[in-house]
Write a protein that binds this ligand. Structure first.
Ligand code: HEC
Ligand code: HEC
Length: 472
């Protein structure tokens, strides 16, 4: 049987952790599609001003989502402590610190690692196994890597991961790359951390029923290789809390940096190769994007072009995202006058919703953008050239369009230059070798490769990867 239909079928029916973790919306707020819920957050605004409130989340506390739940948090459903968190036997922990190697161009990570989930070697290795582990899915065919495959820019290269129960609209699988810097997770920011993201089942009791996470944990407790590793890493049996922490720790090692742009930007200006890291088209694109060239670069671009495309209004900082939510008009149906997916608005507390949150989605990183297509929360844009056209027309006009979305009047040359610049953000490839998974009670260990989609195969696909990555 071809693998693909099998994968689809299992996506629809069989992956509790994964479905809830990625597809499901939080259940804490009632979905609203009505036009005008009370908008307390809008009250203090001047007319015409549209800003999404800064709902800052303290990610250092985020790992305690599960504990809060157990201690009588939002859900009244029974949540047996032992499946979630166990008191660790400190003496059983035998793990060593893990140092993340941060590639050129990215900020240090120490300050963004939650104190409650320090990086350790055994934990990262365990997290990697769980990330590639198809046995977290009920029928054993889907892993996190099915939709976030390191070989595909940590995405699935599909338009949307449709058919996932509980998903608000069809959403595109975002890359896991550089999520270590992310202040929130998901397109609408509904999860406060990677740990909370991986604990999806807890936040999705209504869709999941209460048995599912227990089933997963029971299944993993039947695999002695996991029992041993949890004991070593957390000093406990297999728990959901530990599973989320280990997966998050592994995800934090997925970094994209040391791109041509980084070589230009962080290289030694005394060395001639530094300024050669970018082509002239890329340098023109960089300025249009909103970034200054190095003063010492003999190649000059008219400074008046610096804000012309104004991409840095949102794609700012080392990871090319402001971590904020903006309506840029994607998914707006002009005829019906409606947004297909309300995004941030759906998950904001009733009574505190701001108009600007309607159709607002998190600004995604554009690092490794050549590998992560198709693009946007709904996968509606196929190429970088289409995206530039979209911005050039000022996006789809709609009542909540971000004030930074305006027609750009770019020339054809300028459009091409912007695309070239974005290609310069493709990072060095960090090959992830597939882990060997521990044998189950039947003595067999699944091949993690089987849960992955087919690799790129056409000469064109391979050619494109070579061209971008190797510059030829
Ligand atoms: C069936 C496909 C699928 C599977 C399997 C899957 N995901 Fe996802 N993932 C998605 C989609 C789609 C989204 C975006 C959903 C949204 O924003 O509402 C997402 C979002 C995420 C995000 C948020 C990234 C960001 O920038 O906001 C992370 C992290 C993530 N997934 C990790 C995981 C992990 C860990 C697993 C395994 C436990 C997993 N995913 C399994 C499809 C999947
Ligand atoms: C007002 C803020 C804002 C501005 C200005 C902006 N972007 Fe975006 N960008 C976003 C948001 C938000 C998304 C995701 C939108 C969605 O999916 O609904 C996005 C998505 C993208 C994507 C797709 C990323 C992915 O992984 O799907 C690319 C590429 C991109 N922008 C490039 C640009 C370029 C080039 C410019 C300048 C011409 C620009 N952006 C200007 C906010 C902005």
């Amino acid at each position: 049987m071809p693998r693909f239909p099998k994968l689809l079928a299992s996506l629809v029916a069989a992956i509790p952790v994964v479905m809830a973790g990625c597809g499901g919306s939080g259940t804490e707020t009632a979905p609203t599609t009505g036009a005008d819920q009370a908008t307390a957050a809008d009250k203090d605004k001047k007319p015409g001003e549209l800003t999404t409130p800064d709902r800052r989340i303290d990610t250092s506390k985020a790992v305690d989502v599960v504990k809060g739940e157990v201690e009588g948090g939002e859900s009244k459903a029974p949540t047996p402590l032992e499946y979630l968190v166990l008191d660790p036997d400190e003496k059983a922990i035998h793990d060593e610190p893990y140092e993340i190697a941060v590639p050129a161009g990215l900020p240090p990570v120490a300050s963004v690692i939650p104190a409650s989930n320090p990086m350790t070697k055994g934990k990262v290795e365990l997290g990697k196994q769980l990330y590639f582990e198809p046995r977290v899915s009920k029928d054993g065919t889907v892993s996190c890597a099915s939709c976030h495959d390191p070989a595909k820019g940590w995405t699935d290269n599909h338009k949307t991961s449709t058919g996932i129960k509980g998903q608000v609209g069809g959403r595109n699988a975002p890359t896991v790359l550089n999520t270590v810097y992310g202040r929130t997770m998901f397109w609408d920011g509904r999860a406060p951390s990677l740990e909370a993201q991986a604990q999806g089942p807890i936040q999705n009791k209504i869709e999941m029923g209460d048995q599912s996470y227990k089933e997963i944990i029971e299944r993993l407790r039947g695999i002695s290789g996991y029992k041993e590793q949890f004991l070593k890493v957390f000093g406990t049996d297999v728990t959901l809390d530990g599973m989320a922490k280990a997966i998050a720790a592994f995800e934090r090692t997925a970094l994209s940096g040391n791109s041509a742009f980084d070589k230009y930007n962080t290289g030694d200006p005394e060395k001639p190769e530094t300024f050669k890291a970018l082509t002239e088209a890329q340098k023109r694109g960089m300025v249009l994007f909103g970034l200054r060239l190095n003063d010492e670069d003999p190649f000059k671009v008219d400074a008046a072009l610096l804000k012309k495309a104004n991409c840095t209004a949102c794609h700012a900082g080392a990871n090319f995202t402001d971590e904020q939510f903006h309506n840029i008009g994607i998914g707006f149906d002009e005829k019906a006058g409606k947004l297909a997916d309300l995004g941030r608005w759906e998950i904001s507390p009733i009574g505190a919703k701001a108009q600007a949150e309607k159709g607002a989605f998190k600004t995604p990183t554009i690092r490794d953008i050549t590998r992560t297509g198709p693009y946007m929360h709904d996968g509606s844009e196929k190429t970088l050239a289409e995206i530039v056209e979209y911005y050039n027309k000022g996006g789809n006009k709609n009542p909540n369009l971000d004030a930074d979305m305006k027609p750009l009047n770019l020339t054809d040359q300028e459009k091409a230059d912007l695309v070239e610049f974005m290609k310069a953000l493709t990072g060095e490839v960090i090959a992830v070798a597939l882990p060997t998974l521990p044998a189950g009670p039947d003595g067999k260990s699944p091949n993690p490769q089987e849960a992955l989609g087919p690799p790129p195969k056409t000469a064109q696909e391979i050619g494109e990867i070579h061209r971008v990555v190797l510059g030829r």
